[in-house]
Design a protein around this ligand. Structure first.
Ligand code: CP3
Length: 348
């Protein structure tokens, strides 16, 4: 029954087909952070509820997940946040307007790693799984749903820094000074993330994206030593489920071969590398997603069209291409521009 459902959706989903490097009639497109503050209907809901209230109420989270349908995108991404699993691990996470996430008790010593608590998925993050089920019920057979989680390095950076960071100095210091505790932390995060993504797929997610947003802060050497084995553990641990795995990172143009080695059916690349160059490095045996600079969506339309067409030209109609930004939609973006870009990509 399960297999049948996914075959049916593949037949009509250009997004899932492109993830599998099958030929498609038109380029599939979706956007990271496609449900968010740039949408008036999101802001209206946000006036009544906090981010965490919205995420923890499956009916509201499903409603937000579905909002980008009106843009004409080829996939939906679950409305949740990569930092959710940190709460059951024992770290309090708060989203402070204007400041982003704030953790009251960051990890600063090996003892703090020992204190992490076991996560019971259904109990602790059941609301996310329920959102997946609600969305699937609403759109079944029409639009695929992407589940997601944060990758171990990016999660560890928030746990150690206590919030967003620019230089990741505490994270790197911890990694160099306490390698054993670092490896314990990464192994714990890899295990929790793998189980979390598997649960999302069991609940109905048809693809998964692993967000390693900040790993580009590392040298290729440190990536290989301190990060790659854990990302690979997650990617390999998902293989038997047969859903496309998208590996997202930014600032990693200098280590694309390592990103590929870590795994993923689709590699998401940012605008700091030309798409055709990324493709030459990555080879034809993975699909590619990207890579418009989100800031371009703030430009006049002739510039946007120029940049979208430039990227599509670099993709050269190869199978296995998914149009996206190199990072999330900026809150300053006009929602009509996003809608217009979807049409532009579809009609090229
Ligand atoms: O539409 C979607 O993409 C789905 C929902 C989604 C959110 N967060 C909701 C959210 C996704 C996929 C994420 C992932 C996420 N969260 C990442 C990885 C992607 C990336 O951008 O690199 C990271 C690093 C986070 C952590 C996080 N969450 C930060 C740093 C912030 C504050 C900065 C900001 O943009 O406000 C958040 C809050 C957050 N998560 C918002 C949303 C829509 C803003 C919410 C609001 O205040 O209404």
């Amino acid at each position: 029954m399960r297999g049948q459902t996914s075959i049916q959706v593949t037949a009509i989903s250009p997004f899932l087909a492109a993830c599998r490097r099958e030929r498609v009639e038109r380029t599939p497109v979706w956007f990271m952070r496609q449900a968010g503050r740039y949408m008036p209907e999101y802001r209206a809901l946000r006036e009544r509820y906090s981010l965490l209230e919205m995420i923890r109420t499956p009916e509201l989270a499903a409603q937000v997940t579905l909002m980008p349908r009106r843009l004409g995108v080829d996939a939906l991404i679950l409305f949740a946040d990569i930092l959710l699993p940190l709460v059951p691990l024992g770290l309090d996470v708060e989203f402070v307007p204007g400041r982003g996430p704030v953790l009251a008790h960051p990890i600063r010593s090996p003892q703090d790693v020992q204190r992490l608590r076991p996560v019971h998925l259904e109990e602790d993050l059941g609301f996310v799984l329920e959102t997946v089920r609600l969305v699937r019920r609403e759109v079944d057979g029409r639009l695929p749903l992407i589940g997601f989680a944060g990758a171990p390095f990016t999660l560890a950076s928030y746990m150690i820094e206590g919030g967003s960071s620019r230089r990741y100095l505490r994270t790197k210091q911890f990694m160099y000074e306490y390698p054993q505790a670092w490896h314990t932390l990464m192994a714990t995060l890899a295990q929790v993330t793998l189980e979390y993504l598997r649960a999302q797929v069991r609940a109905g997610a048809q693809a998964v994206q692993l967000f390693d947003s900040w790993v580009g802060a590392l040298s290729p050497h440190d990536y290989r030593l301190y990060v790659l084995p854990y990302t690979r553990l997650i990617m390999e641990g998902l293989a038997d489920l047969g859903v496309p795995r998208i590996h997202f990172s930014t600032g990693t143009a200098g280590m694309l071969p390592l990103i590929k080695q870590a795994g993923g059916d689709v590699i998401s690349v940012d605008w700091r590398v030309d798409l055709d160059r990324a493709w030459a490095i990555l080879g034809e045996d993975v699909a590619i997603q990207g890579n418009l600079d989100p800031a371009v969506l703030l430009a006049p339309r002739d510039i946007i069209a120029r940049e979208v067409r430039r990227i599509l030209r670099q993709a050269q109609g190869r199978p296995g291409y998914i149009f996206n930004l190199g990072h999330g939609v900026l809150p300053e973006t006009d929602v009509n521009t996003v809608r217009w870009v979807v049409d532009l990509v579809h009609n090229e």
